[in-house]
Design a protein around this ligand. Structure first.
Ligand code: TYM
Length: 332
């Protein structure tokens, strides 16, 4: 089976709908046909200030949501990045073959450093994509399913793999990004030209997977819509409705055309009510299961520890190969 790797940052309160549609849903589908490895990337999370107590809680919550959403930690590997030491070790090596200008061109770095302001940025934020490359290369991943915003980082990963292989001999597999076109980007419900994101300035347009059902329904009912009253997909003229149609189609497994037909002649209200129902039906069981898993943190930690051992078994072998190629003296 081809090897798959992907990851997500731990999120304090909950993952959001964009993470579910852009990543988790694909992960769940691909895990049966791939040798899949999923990571909660807590080392990446500390590139912005974190409260230690919250970070630990967020890491567990995120892992619980992976499982609740259908990632099977007995079949796939589901682990926490900081529990496998090879990640920062390989990242250090890759830092030394990454150009300063190359790293400066990363869009996410530019956006995040602007947001933090000159004083708030740190070197970790700058080398963030290099750590991401290490994550992927340690596992000889062939495919990396992500949302559109990660494309550039996977390109960098390919470049670094290729560069290392050229200089030091074949060591790494060059991975490919897998980005589902229709679901590459879920937009904010209140500002449907912005990506839905946990760091949005207002969370009124962000649907959290762990929101109470009534809150989810309310957010969808008050989503910004467009002029006109027709439920029709047109991302230029009707970005709000088009975003809702995409979400509806993905969560219900129906086609957009089919949904347009159902609401032909109905107003936006009926359409939103239908979507609210579908969304609540999707997330209610996931929410219940997540809370159940979080009720027994010791059991969850035990699952994660076992999975970290499995991950380390693969990562340590790759790291040893890279150490050898780079010319580090083996410990006798
Ligand atoms: P992160 O934590 O920001 O997001 C996790 C995944 O969710 C996708 N995503 C979206 N997809 C569609 N619409 C949206 N509105 C939306 N918001 C988020 C992201 O594209 C991503 O797939 N750097 C990565 C984490 C990472 C990683 C890795 C990913 C670290 N190492 C190795 C893959 C492989 C990140 O910050 O994702």
């Amino acid at each position: 089976k081809p090897r798959l790797f992907s990851g997500m940052q731990p999120s304090a309160d909950s993952l959001q709908l964009g993470n579910y549609i852009g990543a988790l849903l694909q992960w769940k589908e691909l895990q049966s046909t791939h040798d899949a490895i999923f990571c909660v990337v807590d080392l990446h999370a500390i590139t912005v200030p974190q409260d230690p107590v919250q970070l630990r809680a967020a890491t567990r919550r995120t892992a619980a949501q992976y499982i609740a959403a259908g990632i099977d930690p007995a079949q796939s590997i589901l682990f926490v990045q900081s529990q496998v030491a090879a990640h920062p070790q390989l990242a250090w090596m890759l830092n030394t073959i990454t150009g300063f200008g190359e790293a400066s061109r990363m869009i996410q770095f530019k956006e995040k450093s602007q947001k933090q302001g000159a004083d708030g940025t740190n070197v970790g934020l700058f080398t963030y994509p290099v750590l991401q490359a290490a994550d992927i290369l340690l596992y000889d991943a062939e495919i990396v399913p992500v949302g559109e915003d990660q494309r550039q980082h996977i390109e960098l990963t390919r470049d670094l793999a290729n560069r290392f292989n050229t200089r030091f001999g074949h060591t790494f597999v060059e991975p490919e990004a897998v980005i589902q076109k229709e679901t590459a980007k879920v937009y904010d419900l209140q500002a449907p030209t912005n990506k839905m994101s946990k760091s949005a300035s207002s969370t009124a347009g962000v649907v959290w997977m762990l929101d109470e059902p009534a809150v989810t329904a309310k957010k969808i009912m008050s989503a910004a819509t467009d002029s006109g009253r027709e439920v029709r997909f047109d991302s230029v003229e009707k970005p709000g409705i088009s975003n809702l149609l995409t979400i509806y189609a993905v969560l219900s497994g129906r086609t957009i055309a089919d949904i347009e037909r159902e609401y032909d002649g109905h107003g936006y209200g009926d359409f939103k009510k239908g979507l609210a129902e579908v969304t609540v039906d999707t997330f209610s069981p996931i929410r219940a299961r997540t809370l159940e898993l979080l009720d027994d943190p010791a059991e969850l930690d035990r699952i994660l520890a076992g999975n970290a051992d499995r991950a380390a078994g693969i990562a340590d072998a790759t790291l040893a190969r890279a150490y050898d190629r780079m010319g580090f003296l083996a410990r006798a």
